[in-house]
Write a protein that binds this ligand. Sequence first.
Ligand SMILES: O=C(CO)COP(=O)(O)O
Length: 150
Amino acid sequence: MQQTKTLQKRKRIALIAHDHKKAEMLEWAIYNKTVLSRHELYGTGTTGKLIEEHLDTPVRKLLSGPLGGDQQIGAMVAEGKLDVIIFFWDPMEALPHDPDIKALLRLGVVWNIPMASNRASADFLLTSPLIHQEYEVILPDYSQYLGRKV
Ligand SMILES: O=C(CO)COP(=O)(O)O
């Protein structure tokens, strides 16, 4: 039988931006302050602090990315504790925690999480009627992997 989960009206949204993308993330977040403040916001350390200060909206701050913040967000995804990820990652610079970034992006796909990596897609997500709706999502079926002998 297919497994589903119900996404509440108030979404749990993770906001993450690399250093060269922080200004863009902040501008986007300020522009979308009204919508964002209706949801539960999470962020990696520095991004979260920046957004909290400028939006005057509480953001649950995890560790800074290079110190494990991406992994913490990834763990939340795996545990079904996040609904949306807005992650403006830097396509122009290699970062020391690249494996963590890749791991987070992978888990977002594994768990069928709506993810935006740039402003255009973030706008699509935030203007979707689903952002304020309660709705049911079908969870991916990984029983074939769970049943496999390692
Ligand atoms: O490095 C990050 C994500 O990979 C972001 O971390 P900060 O928000 O702490 O800068």
